[in-house]
Design a protein around this ligand. Structure first.
Ligand code: CP
Length: 313
């Protein structure tokens, strides 16, 4: 069993309940991780995912080894059957076979190229890990999904919701450089299972891939979408249609106190890292309705629930 998307989980609701339970007593499951090693591999930078997953594993009694593959490792060849007479020194097949001997679970963060939609959406790098591993793989964010983030976000919404079925608005926000659609795709995928009324709002040309946005309300007028929202989740993503482009500046999509005043005194969410006063104004992110640090804190319990599930198999 692996954890690369919500589809790897037989009961997401049970996983959420486990995360809640672990949050109450984080050190109750230490025997499951004893003498087990978690390997964490990063092809690009991370603060929250790296440290929260490491903390989660430590809470379970696991040893953790971390490697910034993109920076410290040999350059990996991903294609099959190639003559390796170029700059890449090691084949993914060999690297993953070796890692599988050192680790009981491997976490891997890959990243979208943002210039080859087909390759990104086929998750070519993650698929090579899945093909060659002998141990479970956890996605620490892939080219198109970030399931650990989504589980933490769901837990945060559960903890702060007042209405039985709150209105949750995922809003596109401006940015200065192209970002993947992974957090947004994943959030939508998990929210479809939650007891929420979900609306996505984004400028025309920034609709998420149809497999994620189908069956969800998409409103291209941000003000209309924000009306009566209980939760506002802001996130930038580059275009799926004109793949990887950021379009114009569209600074009027920034989440400001004026935008928040359209809502039902909504809680503000963002996965972090965030560009302040580009995506969201200081007043909103530093305001009393901001949940961004709660989301980051819940990353530990989400990761711990996922690890515990895999350890118990
Ligand atoms: N939210 C998130 O994944 O943060 P990092 O990139 O710092 O891990």
């Amino acid at each position: 069993m692996n954890f690369t998307s919500i589809n790897d989980i037989s009961s997401p609701v049970q996983l959420l309940e486990l995360a809640k339970q672990i949050k109450l007593k984080p050190f109750d499951y230490r025997e499951f991780g004893q003498n087990k090693t978690l390997g964490l591999l990063f092809f690009n930078p991370s603060l929250r995912t790296r440290l929260s997953t490491q903390k989660a594993a430590n809470n379970l009694g696991m040893d953790v080894i971390v490697m910034n593959v993109g920076q410290d490792g040999w350059q990996l060849e991903m294609d099959e059957g190639v003559v390796m007479n170029g700059s890449k020194q090691e084949h993914i097949k060999d690297a993953v076979a070796v890692l599988s001997q050192y680790c009981d679970i491997i976490g891997v963060r890959t990243f979208a190229s943002l210039n080859d939609r087909k390759a990104d959406y086929e998750e070519l790098v993650l698929k090579q890990f899945l093909k060659y591993t002998h141990v479970p793989i956890i996605s620490l964010e892939s080219a198109t999904l970030h399931p650990l983030q989504s589980l933490a976000d769901w837990l945060t919404i559960e903890e702060h919701k007042v209405a039985h079925k709150p209105k949750v608005v995922l809003t596109w926000a401006p940015h200065v450089k192209p970002l993947p659609q992974a957090v947004a795709n994943s959030f939508v995928e998990w929210m479809k299972l939650a007891e929420v009324d979900l609306t996505i709002t984004n400028p025309i040309g920034f609709d998420l891939a149809p497999q994620f946005s189908k069956d969800v309300k998409v409103e291209h007028n941000q003000d209309m979408a924000l009306a009566q929202a209980d939760f506002v989740y802001a996130k930038n993503w580059s275009s799926y249609q004109d793949y990887g482009t950021i379009g114009g500046e569209m600074t009027d999509w920034q989440i400001t106190p004026e935008k928040m005043s359209l809502t039902n005194n909504a809680k503000f969410m963002h996965c972090l890292p965030v560009r302040r006063n580009v995506v969201v104004s200081d007043e909103v992110i530093d305001g009393q309705n901001s949940l961004v640090y709660e989301q980051a804190n819940n990353r530990t319990y989400a990761a711990q629930a996922v690890l515990l599930n895999l350890l118990q198999l």
